[in-house]
Write a protein that binds this ligand. Sequence first.
Ligand code: HEC
Length: 403
Amino acid sequence: MNIFSSRSVSATFNLISSLLLVVLFLALAYNSYRREQELILKGAVDNARTISRQIIETRDYLSKRVTSEPERNQSLIPQVAASQIAQQLTNGSNYYVRQVSLRYRNLDNRPDDFETAQLNLFKTGKPEEVWQVAAKAGRKSLRYLLPMLADRSCLNCHGSYESAPGYIQARFPKGHFSYGYKVGEMIGAISVAVPMDDLYRQVRHNLKRDLIYDGIVLLIFILLSAWLLHRSIISPVKTVAGSISEVARTGNFSERVELKRTDEIGELIDSFNLLMAELEHKTRQRAESEERYRNFIEIAQSPIVTFMSDGKIVISNQKAETLFGLNKEELLGQSLFDFMLEGEQMRRAIADYFSVGSSELIGTTTRQKMRDVCGKPFDVDMVISVSQAEQSQMFSAILRTAK
Ligand code: HEC
């Protein structure tokens, strides 16, 4: 069964439009939530990339230009200086920046599981930046890795043991795995981690706020449109429907809807008023012609009754009333057949008239035996004529008492 068929039009319309609006609203909210999340991730990746590039540039610069100084001042070793700069750059933020290598010199630069996996991938595949949001102990963070490739200057300290400066040889003995790189080989990577939980929480907070604010606006919109719909369409249509059922109940065609509108509802109202005017006119005409007919039979010399096909008398004149010994109120509604001794025959004649289209008793003068209200019999010459009334046929009987 159609679930809408038992509801009112406005309820159906409001339900459907509200559902559509709510779906649209949720889709938009979800969309903007996803977009904000993407933007936040993009921002974090951009930051991680900038920091990493800065470190690489610093390291490259030091590696090329500051060649002899690290021997006396080890804080000028590219790795050490770049780490210090990175630390100062990210000071106060919760960014984590490291330079890691699978063949590390400093235990502090040993890669964690994620970094190890990525560095191994760099060795086999193409070494280029990668990032992903990873969850660790229930906390989400962006992990970003930018690989570092060895150029000629790096090989001063990362090439063969023999070519390395004395202080490097002293710290890392021959055969240490941090030697032996070639130009273009991946030495390690800058690893940046950005905690995302706070950022995502902010996005969720924004989403909640948007949902509440926009939800209120949506609610106001739905209520307003329901009210407008009711006011502009439902209520005038109801007025017209009310008038129609009022007319059906009372039969009073003087009913009009007083509502000036220029739209389709206005057309409906105009048509209704027009119909009522037409019906009122018709009814008045009919009443007038009935009146004329009544006056006409009243002055006739003979008793006349008009009856329906079932014999029920609907109009009579004074002479007929006297003939049957009843007044008008008593006579109207009685069956003419009841006053006839051969009423059944007449009933059949009327029925014949309907089935065959003619009957010998109709249109000709026939002698009929009748009785008045007291049962006193008398003979009449009767002529029955047929007239077409609105929906049914009516019959008029002119009676002349036989001498
Ligand atoms: C002057 C010598 C020297 C030069 C030149 C040099 N490094 Fe290093 N590098 C070192 C030393 C020493 C360490 C260990 C620092 C520490 O104790 O943290 C290191 C550490 C590193 C690390 C961290 C992993 C580890 O082994 O602990 C990476 C990655 C690295 N170097 C890459 C490079 C690259 C790339 C270049 C060229 C752009 C370069 N290095 C040039 C001496 C050098």
